[in-house]
Write a protein that binds this ligand. Sequence first.
Ligand code: HEC
Ligand code: HEC
Length: 313
Amino acid sequence: MQIASFATFLGLLSMLLSGLPGVRAAEPAPPPTDTPPTLIAPAVSTGTGLLLEPALTLPEFTPEKFAEAMATVGPEKIRRPWTKPVVTLPPHPRPDAQGLTTEEVKAYMVKAKDLFDRGEAVPVSDVGLISTQEDVIRKPMLNHIAAFSNSVVRAYLLVQRTSTDQGWSYFAIVQDLTLHPPLDYFAEFRKTGPHFEGTSCYKCHSSGPLAIHPAREDLVLDAPLAAAVSRHIAEQPRSRFFFPEDSPKPPTGAPLALKFCTRCHDDDADRAPLYQLQSHPIRVLVDFGYMPPNRRLKPAEIAELKAWLERKP
Ligand code: HEC
Ligand code: HEC
């Protein structure tokens, strides 16, 4: 082969290779923009009447009490300096995998917990709005949330307790990006390790990880980090929910069909359809003015949503 044509051949080859999916994917995708995300809007109830219990404002829970309670997880594990909000995981041992095994998924969950426990994660610490407003809990819900990724997964760890519990509980989400659409696994850590959960997570996490929403602006450590993690979550691909055998998909009834929601929450939209099973996050996100994202609902629309939420299945 002549030198010139060999060079052309090499050029073509590298063009071909770089165009192949999977060859490029070995590098984690660069962040789409370097502009810092806008801070998360403070949670203020708009008084829609959608909440089942009056909104909690937690007057007795001061920023000092909050910081003290959060540090009981181990002060060295939180408030960590950061440049990227997402910690890069080691490359996957099977770079051409199409569908991770459940053992691989659990190994990522354990890895995320280990990194957090060793103080090598970048956790956001807040009092979560949706779970704090839960009509059954009615107590500040303390959350540390950390994000991780490599070319095959996006993983999240939640280290959580209420303001009165002693110990912290661990939860994880792993999104398998080797499948199209990606598949989301949910687990609670038990003594034996991660245990996959279905309905108990699906009732709030219908489209995978949830955006960060601090219950109060002063009950969050590092607001720029919270905004950066939340933006990473919002940029997730549309995914499916993995239901384990011992917790299959529950009967849902008809999906929410109000057009001011289905533009984004539908079978062929950005987010999965919503059902009455998700009424708690729906009530909270709409009442606090986060949904729909760009405008307030008119009174007639609120009435329509309320009627749908109260409809007998
Ligand atoms: C009552 C609603 C609710 C239920 C039920 C629920 N979560 Fe969440 N979860 C949330 C909210 C709200 C956040 C974000 C909280 C914040 O702003 O701090 C969250 C955050 C998380 C995160 C951090 C990543 C993210 O989505 O922001 C993980 C991991 C997580 N949850 C796992 C689970 C698992 C596993 C289950 C089931 C065992 C579960 N959750 C059940 C409401 C819920
Ligand atoms: C313009 C698109 C858009 C519209 C319209 C919209 N949503 Fe959303 N919704 C989103 C996005 C994006 C997220 C995830 C990011 C976030 O939580 O900020 C989301 C998240 C949610 C969630 C959390 C579960 C999930 O999918 O992550 C609920 C519940 C929700 N929306 C309810 C509603 C309701 C009820 C309406 C109608 C009143 C509505 N949304 C209208 C875009 C929209």
